[in-house]
Design a protein around this ligand. Sequence first.
Ligand code: AMP
Length: 210
Amino acid sequence: MKLILLGAPGAGKGTQADILCDKLDIPTISTGNILRAAVKNGTPTGLKAKAFMDEGKLVPDEVIIGIISERLAEADCAKGYILDGVPRTIAQAEALERAGILFDSVVSLEVSDEEICSRMSGRRVCENCGASYHVVAVPPKTEGVCDKCGGNLIQRKDDAPETVKSRLEVYHKETEPLKAFYAERGLLKTVENQPTVEAISQAILRVLGR
Ligand code: AMP
């Protein structure tokens, strides 16, 4: 199963990807998590990406394509993967296609901008493994501590309200056109927002026929 999760920042791609990768037994590849680790470790990629990320802008396509082709070539991706946060532009989608990287399904998580803005203030991420939580909807067992690895939970710098607004603008302008791109290829499935995380997972599995 080669799957793309599409959706606005804060739509729940990371949370759903974590659940799906357990259920489907395939890895999640999140370019956001890879980039945050690169920034934290001060690698050349991290140094290039940091300023774009802090402002809520997209990191240049060539940096992303490099990261993703390297990651997808690793052994654990052989039987499938879930892409979270990539592709984010038509140019990235075309580059993946040119590289022969094809998909079985593209699931778009539909959440209104109002809901996104109110959600983002409660989001917390593990600074060690990147797992994501929400203070109300998906709380960790111990406040401030990651259930998976014991790492510290922090608020992302780019989840500040002004940055969220510009990330939503970038999403509508650069990423949303991917829905039409994948609909033309017969791959697009949309999942409307549901009251709980579990209900969204069920809805995703349903559109995937699982
Ligand atoms: P995310 O965790 O997916 O919200 O990504 C956080 C930030 O990383 C984004 O706001 C971008 O600056 C950068 N980023 C992540 N994935 C991509 C991508 N596929 N293309 C461009 N920039 C990306």
